[in-house]
Design a protein around this ligand. Sequence first.
Ligand code: ANZ
Length: 964
Amino acid sequence: MSETNPAATAPVTADAAPHRYTAAMAAEIEARWQDFWDAEGTYAAPNPKGDLAGDPELVARPKKFIMDMFPYPSGAGLHVGHPLGYIATDVFARFQRMTGHNVLHTLGFDAFGLPAEQYAVQTGTHPRASTEANMKNMVSQLRRLGLGHDKRRSFATIDPEYYKWTQWIFLQIFNSWYDDEAKRARPISELVAQFDSGERAVPGGGTWSALTEAERADLLGEYRLAYASDAPVNWCPGLGTVLANEEVTADGRSERGNFPVFKSKLRQWNMRITAYADRLLDDLDQLDWPEAIKLQQRNWIGRSEGARVDFPVDGERITVFTTRPDTLFGATYMVLAPEHPLVEKFTPAAWPEGTRDAWTGGHATPAEAVAAYRAQAASKSDVERQAEAKDKTGVFIGAYATNPVNGEQVPVFVADYVLMGYGTGAIMAVPAGDQRDFEFARAFELPIRCIVEPTDGRGTDPSTWESAFASYDAKIMNSSNDEVSLDGLGVVEAKERITEWLERTGAGAGTVNFRLRDWLFSRQRYWGEPFPIVYDEDGIAHPLPASMLPLELPEVEDYSPRTFDPDDADTKPETPLSRNEDWVHVTLDLGDGRGPRRYRRETNTMPNWAGSCWYELRYLDPHNSEQLVDPEIEQYWMGPREGLPHGGVDLYVGGAEHAVLHLLYARFWSKVLFDLGHVSSAEPFHKLFNQGMIQAYVYRDGRGIAVPAAEVEERDGAYFHGGEKVSRLLGKMGKSLKNAVTPDEICAEYGADTLRLYEMAMGPLDVSRPWDTRAVVGQFRLLQRLWRNVVDENTGRLSVADVAETDVDADTLRALHKAIDGVRQDLEGMRFNTAIAKVTELNNHLTKVGGPVPRPVAERLVLLVAPLAPHVAEELWRKLGHTSSVVHEGFPVADPAYVVDETVTCVVQIKGKVKARLEVSPSVSEEDLEKAALADEKVVAALGGAGIRKVIVRAPKLVNIVPA
Ligand code: ANZ
């Protein structure tokens, strides 16, 4: 894609030939076929039953469910970067239709949530009005691209008929618990039955029937998969809402808006996603997803194996989580997170005898020291607290705990480097083995005991060390008591032995800890799904019966969020829905035998991720008002496939930024719905593909301000705007950087088929690529040549030679069948750029041969192009005399006789000198090529038995061997 493409300056419209393929002709053809497809319902995918039932012959075909991550209806509309994935799935879906599949492909809108709301607030319009206007605009932009969507299946998450079912799923989750033994969710009524019958003991003793209603509600709240809790949450005053961990960046700010986020105790709804941590982790292995995304999910779930150890304190105990129980003999103090609930309990009225000045922070009493330290910690983000480089701070709480392994009394501190949200919020500190503990111990003059023999020559006296010593390849020392000795063992064996001892003596147990936290599920927003929950006069939460769904969003005078000074951690959220008193306070008969009563509605709304947690299911059966989805229809599209325990969407394409948000949440909901018997697949998306980004050049003037890219001129490799030299850097495309190019502009100038080809030809789909408007014309010219190969530009009539395939020259047949074979494989493998290269090659071959193109060749050329440039393909197919749409034609099949295996020559060098030449397949793997080279007679002879130091392989053309 050269900037100085000579073709770029040639006119593309003004031309003598009256029937040449021009932008005007493309516009006419495209509009006509888009109307035709709509009128004919060409892309309707039939269901096996129900209101979308259809052609049984199509239903009987193998199915393909191909899906995009649906868009937010943003006010800015689409730029050319947005449809990259949509075009790719469309090409793939069209190819699948032509290879005999019943293809479900459609697109809805993810229309609740912050972006839509912020846009509404900025423009002073109601979110529904602005969201709907934005959707309308995007629908027409997308229609212009000729995407083959089954429009009957489209919807927006803000449609009450859709969010009715989002609310219904919430109720299923609320009304279930996770049975750790059965390893699945079960209805909460079954748990109640267990408590009631005595099969399961009521925690704290007593019987179920003796509990008050409030006590029962509290107890069940400990089990429900959706529950309200007072745990510290991420409070973002700048946005005026609480956020999930997944929405907080690595440096402790809001992913949206980049505001500070604080830990604050607020009663909020949560989803018990942690119950599914193991399954979310294990089932990843079965998914056809990019490894990078799987890795991100694995890291986010963060499974650590270790032990819980109890340290007694005054008849109570502090439980810690450690991944290194083998270092227990080196634990010389303990740390509680400042927010730890036991801190108050263990803090005595006065400093104990002999407390060092350095430990008190200069405060008169432990309570004062702790309160001051807590206030200081609350104003920091988790990341700031954990920063490696930072000076370690903390205060002694005035209490000592007993190290169970040696009976030693160890002081207990609060320090902010221990987080409440991980493990148990308490640690045993092993300064010799953990760098943070080491630094803290140095700062607070705490003992450091060498319990792992250093292997780096530093010696076993920690007073001479400059850092902790951490290694898994060392031997334990100084670690024995009367019952157990770890001395001389390696880390792995020592862990096993001490865990055994902990379990035997009841001092602890082996355990697995996860980094994953429960999903904070409420937001202080207007523009989201209302919770189907009401509270009675005692504050007990009751689910609405399904018959009361959807619970529609009420009108409020002011829907904007209440935001605060971004740095003021002491603020409290306010929900917009609470402003509508009439809606909040209601008299309802919930049908639970209690008759009509006064209730207060929940005024939080669900997070914007809720609607995207299950939308794939609604595409299947979009108008069902009786069920989430008909089981037979769900089974047809999503059911488990051969050899795999799950089914799911066959191809899901979207950006990599959703790795631990949407993609984790949607998997969790699928698993709950699966456990409760509503769906047949425990995974929503079988194959995931992340498309790259379309980047664009950003031009900045001397002050660093972006100037409109369209106005920049290039002269001798430099860039100028209004005479001033400007800098050029590759960046994101967008309005704010003044470099957005819209699909509308490109469609107007060249047509949608050209835009589609250009986007697909830019490079491999998963790689980011720079947009270059000047290069688009290259694909336009391809279509012009294609047109010219089939149609007489002067008369507009078909100009192919009506001959049989047997009369076609051998060269052309070879070119044709190689192209068919290659394009077929490329489209199946989603290598759209190389598929286009092969079509181009065939088309150029026909141009070069000259004369009318033989009909058997022209027809197949058109079919090859059809998935990529569907409008022009339809038009040419019609011109070729067919009366049916090209969409359901069979994709050409290559005749193997003409697809002779191509080979390339690989040079084998030894110490840089050519010793042999091999004929190999162009797609040979590096391993195979290395083997072939080393096995070659000439190479073996040249090596003369010498060993090999190194082999450098550059498949398919070069192998360089360096003998020992
Ligand atoms: C003793 C020890 C000795 C530790 C040693 C490490 C090295 P991962 O691997 O991430 O699971 N830890 C536990 N809970 C914590 C919390 N709430 N905040 C901060 N740190 C916490 O890390 C687990 C280790 O991190 C635990 O093992 C604990 O320190 C610390 F040579 O215990 B270890």
